[in-house]
Design a protein around this ligand. Structure first.
Ligand code: SAM
Length: 362
């Protein structure tokens, strides 16, 4: 590996917010390459990448870290994604749904703790009709007019998305999961379609949502070319938020024997994303905090600027098990916010009380 070449690629990314496929591949496939040169060299190179990303992040967002209160309102799901613990085929999952009042209570508690964005995330659960969702969204909007409401509940018709938007939702998170058709087919049953997922993302943008896409790092069968396709798709979509986190295996899925995604590749990709999309809101995800005790802080150092502590009521939180050992107590807990603030301050950043909208005009 030519160290100089790797450093030049960082410079190109920082200046042009883009690079050739071959240049991106060199950074994505760093482990294989550097084994010859040693771990120390890899780490010092990675440190340069993280620092370049941090510089761009500070130029756009300063040292601010935005917090989102995550409310996992249902773990019922009609889909059977092979990687996901709440897939409908997992008959061992204990299922729950939150009622409107419980969701509003979560928002009220979150507001007091300083949250100005609420994220309602769940499986694709037909119990929540459009009317029910609109009723919940408009009640949150009424009670918390200064907050952003983010939905993350999967693929819907354009009309449904429009209704939620009219009711007061501002943002929508829908990871594209993988931009490659052949890879998508390995992760999902035939009843699901990548084309529809992409259609949803473009519909959401057209309606006026701040949109989040993203993918798992190290999901089964993922290749370097798949990751390049993901980056290119993101360039086409131009989302406001990009959520990436390591794939983590779950025993009650067809992928029970598959390996987890790697911490260092996730961190490198976060930095690459920051350099390619300076304005993007990039969460240091729960999955990152699950594979490493300091995962979220490392994510922030690599270019992330959002964390999503959990506001879901404690009695059901453990049931929203997308993957093994999902962190379930302590710092991911919204109530542990003071501790999290301290830890993030020690990392060199600052949690702010703010909606944390995207800064598009960089
Ligand atoms: N149903 C909604 C949707 O499809 O977007 C939101 C819920 S879904 C469970 C949220 C995200 O969890 C997915 O987009 C996926 O990337 C992530 N996820 C699912 N299983 C995972 C796993 N085993 N490891 C890491 N992330 C996972």
């Amino acid at each position: 590996m030519q160290i100089q070449v790797m450093k030049e690629i960082i410079g190109i990314l920082a200046e042009q917010h883009n690079a050739e496929d071959d240049q991106l591949k060199k950074w994505i496939a760093l482990e294989g390459e550097t084994l010859k040169n040693g771990k120390e060299e890899q780490e010092s190179l990675e440190e340069e990448l993280f620092q370049a990303a941090d510089k761009v992040r500070r130029a756009v967002y300063g040292d601010e870290v935005y917090i989102r209160g995550l409310i996992e309102f249902t773990n019922y799901c009609r889909n059977d994604c092979y990687y996901c613990g709440i897939r409908c085929g997992n008959l061992q999952a204990a299922r729950y749904r939150l009622e409107k009042k419980e969701i509003l209570d979560c928002c009220r508690d979150g507001y007091r703790l300083g949250f100005r964005t609420f994220v309602l995330q769940g499986g694709e659960d037909g119990f929540y009709t459009d009317n029910i969702i609109c009723d919940i969204v408009s009640s949150i909007r009424e009670q918390h007019s200064d907050c952003a409401i983010t939905l993350s509940m999967g693929e819907k018709e354009k009309n449904s998305y429009k209704e939620y938007f009219k009711a007061g939702a501002n943002r929508y998170l829908l990871r594209h999961e993988t931009a490659s058709e052949d890879h998508y087919r390995k992760l999902h049953p035939d009843s699901m379609s990548l084309l529809n997922r992409k259609r949803c993302l473009f519909d959401l943008k057209e309606i006026g949502y701040q949109v989040g896409a993203g993918f798992m790092v190290g999901s089964p069968y993922q290749t370097t070319n798949n990751l390049i396709a993901d980056l290119r798709f993101l360039q086409e979509l131009k989302p406001d938020m990009i959520g990436i986190g390591p794939y983590i295996t779950h025993e009650q899925t067809p992928f029970a024997c598959m390996e987890n995604g790697s911490l260092s590749l996730t961190l490198r990709l976060l930095s690459i994303l920051r350099l390619m999309f300076p304005y993007a809101l990039l969460p240091a995800t729960t999955a990152l905090g699950t594979i490493h005790p300091d995962g979220r802080e490392l994510g922030l150092r690599a270019g992330a600027n959002v964390v999503m502590p959990n506001l879901t009521p404690r009695d059901v939180r453990e049931q929203y098990t997308l993957y093994k050992n999902k962190i379930c107590t302590g710092l991911e807990d919204a109530q542990g916010i003071e501790l999290l603030k301290k830890k993030i301050k020690q990392t060199g950043y600052r949690i702010v009380i703010d909606r944390g909208d995207v800064k598009k005009f960089y």
